[in-house]
Design a protein around this ligand. Structure first.
Ligand code: ADP
Ligand code: ADP
Length: 226
């Protein structure tokens, strides 16, 4: 089963920048997939389109068979996204940020609280549940974003540069967390500009450069080529 299907995706921003040029790729259910490329390659634009934050100029995207054009709400239900920027309310409490997100998906208060507790515990944030987000360190904020993205139990998790600006110790524990999540069946896609990160975690890799897909292969074949 295909978790994410991208067909002939194009994006031209209003300023004329052609950020994506005819990108097509499939990510299979259960895969751990890296989207690698230098700054400005088009990684965030791709994620922005998949998560309905950026309008595409052309092409088709579907998530577990649900097209973003015709079944956007069903598609969104299957997807959790961890964007690069911290986009929560800094004055809201950690626990409330996660349960509020569950509410957006129509999850009732009791199961929302249970799911929030589960993921805050797994991510080592349970002790911080009553803190305002602004009181957390950068690494904790990053983990809060992951808990929030998982609270509605999406089948596909997408993370945009999850370990950018994260120290080596936390990077390792985040890698372990994501590996375990994938082992339990979650499909994971991350963007990175570190080949080392992709190599440590991912089974498949796509490389984009200047908005063009230049490689789409399994990690083993790529490493043999290099
Ligand atoms: P869309 O085509 O999706 O509607 P826009 O072209 O309107 O997107 O741009 C969205 C916002 O991003 C605008 O406020 C724009 O000023 C800002 N922006 C412009 N150039 C860049 C850039 N190079 N990187 C990030 N943001 C930018
Ligand atoms: P990456 O995530 O790989 O660093 P992006 O998707 O952010 O790449 O950017 C791809 C290209 O699109 C870059 O040239 C960037 O400057 C441009 N860009 C990104 N966002 C906007 C925007 N909102 N408006 C105009 N140009 C943008």
């Amino acid at each position: 089963m295909v978790a994410l299907s991208i067909r002939h995706l194009n994006k031209t921003y209003k300023n004329g920048v052609q950020a994506l040029k005819d990108i097509s790729l499939d990510v299979q259910k259960g895969d751990f997939f890296a989207l690698l490329g230098p700054n400005g390659a088009g990684k965030s634009t791709t994620i922005g389109i998949v998560s309905s934050l950026v309008n595409k100029s052309g092409g088709e995207v579907s998530i577990f068979g649900h097209s973003l054009d015709s079944e956007r709400e069903l598609a969104k239900r299957k997807l959790g996204v961890v964007p690069q920027e911290f986009n929560f309310n800094q004055f809201e409490k950690v626990f409330d940020i996660v349960t509020t997100q569950a509410g957006y998906y129509g999850i009732a208060p009791a199961p929302a609280r249970a799911a929030a507790e589960k993921y805050l515990r797994q991510l080592g944030l349970w002790d911080k549940r009553d803190s305002q987000a602004r009181q957390l360190s950068g690494g904790m904020k990053r983990r809060l974003m992951i808990a929030r993205a998982l609270v509605h139990e999406p089948e596909l998790l997408i993370l945009d540069e999850p370990t950018a600006g994260v120290d080596i110790e936390l990077r390792r524990s985040m890698w372990d967390f994501l590996t375990e999540l994938n082992r339990k069946g979650k499909t994971i896609i991350l963007t990175t500009h570190y080949l080392e990160e992709a190599e440590s975690l991912c089974r498949h890799i796509a490389i984009i450069d200047h908005g063009t897909l230049v490689e789409n292969t399994d990690m083993k074949s790529l490493l043999e080529k290099l």
